[in-house]
Design a binder for this molecule. Structure first.
Ligand code: 5RP
Length: 222
């Protein structure tokens, strides 16, 4: 199977998960990226039973609206039942590296509000120790050089993502060369650096459910 076929398979499994477990009329959080895009295309078929969606990026909002799926303002709702999103890496503790698409801050906000975070991945994303995928860090533009120096002190090699301005008007530093053995501690530490908006470690609030696609089918982990 190609990687796209695996993403398609896991997107279908996530659609079925939502159809089975999201109460009719409840709010669905929707992630960003190529796997999330397959998921958006799948949920067009069940849009009538979804009360509305919270999008984790402008790109996701546009794709949802293209299918006639209602996108709501997070400030106008109290609860998100299920949030479905991809990841760049996920470890055995269900901690993730996210933000390959640059939407990490809004993704982290949606994840914080959601009752259940369902991560959808192909099997290549599951790793024993995260860090091979560069860790994205969203920074306020005037602080990027300072934050880079601070990240170097942690042993990382930050690189400014060229041509990228986030939906929030900020920059992304991709931190190479980390071996993330303490995801919870590193997430908290990086978030303490002045000028950091957030970082792509989703460890304090990791996934609740992992749907993982491999050649022999989609497995569910909790
Ligand atoms: C975007 C993300 C994505 O979930 C992550 O990059 C995975 O993307 P893809 O499904 O395209 O591999 O965090 O900010």
């Amino acid at each position: 199977m190609t990687q796209d076929e695996l993403k398609q398979a896991v997107a279908r499994a996530a659609r079925d998960y939502v159809a089975d477990r999201l109460p009719v009329g409840a709010i669905l959080g929707v992630g960003t990226g190529s796997t999330a895009n397959f998921f958006i295309d799948e949920i067009a078929a069940i849009k009538d039973r979804i009360g509305g969606t919270i999008a984790s990026s402008e790109a996701t909002a546009k794709r949802l609206e293209g299918h006639g799926i209602r996108v709501l303002d997070l400030n106008g709702i109290d609860a998100i039942g299920i949030y479905v999103d991809g990841a760049d890496e996920i470890d055995a503790s269900m901690a993730m590296v996210k933000g390959g698409g640059g939407a990490l801050t809004r993704e982290k906000i949606v994840a914080a509000v959601a009752k259940t975070f369902v991560c959808i991945c192909d099997a290549s994303k599951r790793v024993p120790v995260m860090g091979r995928f560069p860790l994205p860090v969203e920074v306020i533009p005037m602080a990027s050089a300072y934050v880079s120096r601070e990240l170097e002190k942690l042993g990382g090699k930050p690189k400014l993502r060229e041509g990228m301005v986030t939906d929030n008007g900020n920059l992304i530093l991709d931190v190479h060369g980390l071996s993330i053995t303490d995801p919870v501690g590193l997430e908290a530490h990086i978030n303490q650096i002045v000028g950091v908006v957030t970082n792509g470690l989703f460890a304090q609030r990791g996934a609740d459910v992992l749907l993982l696609a491999a050649a022999d089918g989609v497995q569910t982990y909790t």
